[in-house]
Write a protein that binds this ligand. Structure first.
Ligand code: NAP
Length: 243
């Protein structure tokens, strides 16, 4: 059974991805930082549908916690061959008002975390001679967004990381791709002011926000054998927002 690790899988896109990967037959490690109950509920939901999963806490900003999590997963279940770097946060502010903590917290949660988790699982993946790494970036990495210099920088960093690592590991049977969601209905976007939501909707050719499950389907494809000839690519799942 292939082992998939989804970071930030207690809610939103990560949760939908965990459920999708479990339905494809992977054993899913549901990582979370704070939302223990929600993560246990995701495991229960997967098991009720006949899948297998386990919830494991680790703050992905913290290299030591990440290494411990991966060590535990490898000793209990086996090497991780599908990694979805999904955990992420926003701390929006105009640059002139942005505190250093807001900058650092976003870069550490969204970008440093990708270094921490990918590095920790890569040795095991190389041993398996097969792997899929999917990094969750964002459409705003490509088109920008006022109030999100920290977030856009972190998400654009993920794109550079994806392309560089794709070239490093291609000869070892491992593909590395990124997905860029647009405006997706999750906890992250539920508190956006109504006028901001409205403006975004006006710019989406498909005329609606996306669902976490619609992103999860694409991640599922990139996690499968069906995507064997795709690497280093940036796939937009944005209803046309970036057009
Ligand atoms: P969400 O509903 O706010 O969920 C975020 C998840 O990340 C939670 O499971 C949270 O777990 C986890 N997380 C945050 N910090 C963590 C840390 N330090 N260590 C471990 N887990 C951590 O967000 P979402 O909307 O599903 O977003 C998922 C990803 O998609 C993010 O990378 C986000 O930037 C990206 N994205 C979202 C949208 C959108 O419109 N929603 C658009 C583009 C890109 P805890 O609750 O346990 O902290």
């Amino acid at each position: 059974m292939r082992i998939a690790l989804v970071t930030g899988a207690s809610r939103g896109i990560g949760k939908a991805t965990a459920i999708e990967l479990a339905s494809m037959g992977y054993f899913v490690v549901v990582n979370y930082a704070k939302s223990e109950k929600e993560a246990q509920d995701v495991v229960r939901e997967i098991e009720e549908r006949g899948g297998r999963a386990a919830a494991i806490r680790a703050d992905v900003r913290d290299r030591v916690q990440v290494e411990e999590m991966v060590k535990n997963v490898e000793s209990q279940y086996g090497n991780v061959t599908v990694l979805v770097n999904n955990a992420g946060i926003t701390r929006d502010n105009l640059l002139l008002r942005m505190k250093e903590e807001e900058w650092d917290e976003v870069i550490e949660s969204n970008l440093k975390s990708v270094y921490n988790v990918t590095k920790a699982v890569l040795k095991g993946m190389l041993k398996e001679k097969w792997g899929r790494i999917i990094n969750v970036s964002s459409v705003v990495a490509l088109i920008g967004n006022p109030g999100q210099t920290n977030y856009c920088a972190s998400k654009a960093g993920i794109i550079g990381f994806t392309k560089a690592l794709a070239k490093e590991v291609a000869s070892r049977g491992i593909t590395v791709n990124a997905v860029c969601p647009g405006y997706i209905e999750t906890d992250m976007t539920k508190d956006l002011p109504e006028n901001v939501k409205q403006k975004m909707l006006e710019n989406i050719p498909l005329g609606r926000a996306g669902k976490a499950e619609e992103v999860a389907k694409v991640i599922g494809f990139l996690s499968s054998d069906a995507s064997s000839y795709i690497t280093g690519q940036i796939i937009l799942v944005d209803g046309g927002l970036s057009l």
